[in-house]
Structure formats: C-alpha cells, structure tokens
Design a protein around this ligand. Structure first.
Ligand SMILES: Cc1cc2nc3c(=O)[nH]c(=O)nc-3n(C[C@H](O)[C@H](O)[C@H](O)COP(=O)(O)OP(=O)(O)OC[C@H]3O[C@@H](n4cnc5c(N)ncnc54)[C@H](O)[C@@H]3O)c2cc1C
Length: 444
C-alpha cells in the first residue's frame, strides 16, 4: 500500500493501545495512520496456533476494573457469550509444597517450621518506610517481616523483574501487589476461611475458545488505515516527520505513540530526551510455550499458574493454559507457558534455543512436572520489554520526557509508551483517554 506523505494523526505501534487509539480516532472521524513494525497486529496480546495448540505470547488474562464485562470495552466488539469469567487458582512453590497465592494471606499452609519462623518475624517486623530513600525491599520487609521476604517476596520479584529490589521505589508495583493488610495476614496465619482480599486478579476473563488474540481481532474489526511491516527508524520532532524502514518520509500534526518510550526518545535524536531516557530500565521475559501429550500432573489439575521463587530454578512462573481455556489444545493434551526473566541487555547474549530452553525443560523434568518425551511442540516468545522498572530515576525522567514530548504534540500511550506497570485494560484506556483529551483541546 502506498502511504500518504502527510497525515493529521499518526499512531505508532499496533498492539491493543495503538489499535484503541486508532479506533477512537476513527470514531471521531479524524484522519489517521497506524504504523506497526511486525507483519501482524496485536503486539504482546497476539495468539499463535501450532497444530492443535493455541499459545498466547505468554499467559494474558483480562482483568477488568472499569468495565463490568468484555462486551463493555469500547471498540473491542466482544461478545460476552464467548468469554468465561474465571476465579483465580494460583499457588507458590515454597519448601517443596504448593501454597495458595497470595502466600502472605495463606501462611498456615507453610511447613510447620517455616510457618513459625514467618510468624515470629512478622511479629517483629521493622518499620523502614519513613526514610525518603525507602525501597521496594523495605516495603516488603516492613509489611511482612524478614523471613517471608527472604523466603518468597524478594526472590520472586527479583526473578520476575530481573533487578535488585534495592533499586526499585517502595511503591514499585502498587495495586499489582497484595498489600500488607494485617487483618488478611493474621487471618491466613489462623487458617481461617480466606477473607475477600479483592486483589486485581482474583477473577479474570478469558475466551472460551482460542486465546487472548480474540481481543485483538475485536479491536481491529473494521479498522482502516493500518500499515504493517513499518519499522519506524527516526522521528523528527521539530519538522514533525517520521521515517520507516520501508517507506519514505511522512509528515504528521499529532502523534500517539505506544512503542516503548525509551526507544521513542532514542529515535528522536534529541539529546535532552536521549539523556533523560538513559534513566529508564526494564526487564525482558522469555516465554517457553510448550504443548504436551496427555494430561497435566494430578497436583496441577485445576491450577492456573504457579510462582517459583527458588533461584536455582531458571523460571519465575509456570502457567497452565489448558486449565484456563479449554480451546487451547486438543482434548486429552495440555498446554503450558514457562516464563524466565532476564536483564534486557542479556537477551542477545543468551542462546535461547540451545542453552536456555534445554535448561528449562530439564528443570521441569527434575521437578517431576513434565516428561520431556511428552513434548509435542515448543514456541519461544521473546518480550524484550516486559516489566518497566519503577525507580526514583524513572519517576524524575518521566516528568521531563512527557512534558517535552507534549511540546511537539506527541502523546505516549499504553504500558510501554507511558513506561508504567499496567495491564491490558489500563493500556487500552490510556489510549482512548489520550485521543479524547486531544480532540477536546482541538475543539475548544
Ligand atoms: C510477562 C507479561 C505478562 C502479562 N500478563 C498480563 C495479564 O495477564 N493481563 C493483563 O492485563 N496484562 C498483562 N500484561 C501486560 C500487557 O501485555 C500490556 O498491558 C499490553 O500488551 C500493552 O499493549 P500495548 O499495545 O501498549 O503494547 P505492545 O503490545 O507492546 O504493542 C506495541 C507495538 O509497537 C510495535 N513497535 C515497537 N517498536 C516499533 C517501531 N520502532 N516501529 C513500529 N512499531 C513498533 C510492537 O511491534 C508492538 O506491536 C503482561 C505483560 C507481560 C510482559
């Protein structure tokens, strides 16, 4: 397709945030063009099919707080009959046992000696949050005590985000972390029936057939003016132009960008932005999606996912697609995902296929969780940008970057555009709100 040389609104990135921005612009009858570097739309919420297996990029479950049902999500064209509402069943693998998650509200399930140590240390937990330099590690230790922090909270989060918790701000993951609520912790120590903890993911939605890519299909239905295979290679803020690897220069008046903020700053060639962006760091996640012949081990029969804090085990989480969506593999088989966190700079130095994958499979076998002879297929998905790091440097840099981009009519959207720790619903909503806000300013 020949691309226009000038366009009023340009949208960078064709994941759910870019698609939502494009749909909102389309609804407002504004002229736009969306550019995506990959051959397919959907970003991290794509689903791939391999024979009878259906793998998401990694486990992606729709948590809703603003909207009651998938059918209420603006522009997504979703039919509630095709979605199941699921109550989460997840565990933590600690002391060789499966402990219900969140572990901090289920301490009575720990082996006896660990339980007593956790209770004692909880009762003696220090108060470390008064200092302006308090870290995410201080938040854990103050909230739950040293023993539980060392046993689970610190290694689990360090494996996931591939960074020392000493470097993260005390409120690094905010609502995504079950809070240090004394009533819930004490209730879990007493092994009383769980109180309603109402965490962000205690229930979620998932398609009854296929994978989370259904959300992408819904958003892209009827959308006009999307161009794929368009890798943006430079952004000139003063001239308001961009170049892609396959097309010439395109002029724009307004930009909505869902590509990672750090990459956007680098593409501008602007020294101030590049310098501020050097304070932004993130982890990568490698997801090994594995199709297995036969059922899962009986202990995983009705589990959705498992957290694995043990540093000797290479992965931080194992999820069971086939316990979540019945359409993710043929009946009688099973489909799982296994996530490994890496510092972003290590991805290109790691031989994923010949080194990391065999280690992952071997470790699953050593644990007795799979028999490698049952592996039918494996797909590796690399998420170069997985968890953005909320550090004090990030918070300072973000203010500088966002206000400078605004001067040039560039509005970042989505989890990576805004360099934030958010889920799919927030990403879509940030895109819709940004387009509506700019539309209002233009009509005032
Ligand atoms: C391990 C993991 C698990 C997660 N689990 C959940 C979950 O269970 N539930 C939930 O709600 N959320 C989850 N999330 C978060 C969710 O993935 C994001 O909120 C959401 O996918 C963000 O969508 P997006 O469109 O903003 O970004 P993306 O999906 O990353 O889309 C950005 C797009 O920009 C394109 N792009 C990048 N650079 C360029 C360039 N130079 N030129 C052109 N195009 C470019 C990319 O190819 C991509 O298609 C998870 C995230 C991770 C990492």
């Amino acid at each position: 397709m020949g691309l226009p040389q000038k366009i009023p609104a340009i949208v960078l990135g064709g994941g759910i945030s870019g698609l939502t921005a494009a749909r909102t612009l389309q609804e407002q009858q504004r002229e736009f063009l969306l550019l995506e570097r990959c051959p397919t739309l959907g970003g991290l919420t794509r689903t791939v099919e391999v024979g009878d297996f259906c793998f998401d990029y990694t486990g992606h479950f729709l948590h809703l707080s603003r909207y009651a049902t998938p059918g209420d999500i603006p522009y997504a064209n979703l039919n509630n009959d095709e979605w199941a509402r699921i109550s989460r069943r997840s565990c933590c693998f600690v002391g060789g046992k499966l402990i219900s998650a969140p572990i901090q509200y289920n301490l009575a399930e720990l082996p006896e000696s660990l339980f007593h140590q956790c209770v004692e240390s909880y009762n003696a937990r220090p108060s470390l949050l008064n200092s302006v330099d308090a870290t995410f590690r201080d938040y854990m230790v103050s909230g739950f005590g040293q023993v539980l922090s060392d046993l689970f909270l610190i290694p689990q989060n360090e494996k996931t985000m591939a960074i020392s918790l000493d470097l993260l701000s005390k409120d690094a993951v905010r609502r995504f972390f079950p809070a240090p609520d004394e009533k819930l912790v004490r209730n879990g120590m007493a092994a009383r029936a769980p109180l309603s903890a109402n965490s962000y993911n205690s229930t979620f939605w998932y398609p009854k057939t296929g994978g989370i890519g259904r959300l992408v299909q819904g958003l892209r239905t009827g959308i006009r003016n999307c161009a794929v295979n368009q890798d943006i290679t430079s952004v000139n803020l003063r001239e308001k132009t961009i170049c892609t690897s396959t097309s010439g220069m395109i002029r724009w008046d307004q930009m909505f960008s869902s590509i990672p903020l750090k990459s956007l700053c680098e593409l501008t060639g602007d020294e101030g932005l590049q310098s501020a962006a050097s304070s932004l760091s993130h982890s990568s996640t490698i997801s090994f999606n594995i199709g297995l012949r036969g059922p899962l081990r009986p202990e995983f029969e009705d589990l959705h996912w498992l957290y694995i804090p043990d540093r000797a085990i290479p992965f931080y989480r194992v999820g069971f697609y086939s316990n979540i969506g019945k359409g993710t593999c043929a009946s009688g088989n099973s489909a799982i995902y296994v996530e490994v966190g890496l510092p972003s700079e290590e991805v290109d130095r790691t031989d994923l296929l010949h080194d990391l994958q065999p280690k992952v499979v071997q470790s699953l076998e050593d644990l007795g969780w799979i028999d490698s002879r049952d592996v039918v297929c494996a797909v590796i998905h690399v998420m170069r940008h997985a968890y953005v790091h909320h550090t004090p440097r990030r918070d300072r840099a973000l203010d500088v970057i966002l206000s400078r981009l605004r001067e040039y009519d560039v509005v970042p959207i989505g989890r990576y555009g805004l360099w934030d720790y958010t889920g799919m619903e927030d990403s879509m909503e940030s895109a819709r709100a940004a387009v509506l806000e700019v539309g209002q300013c233009n009509t005032v």
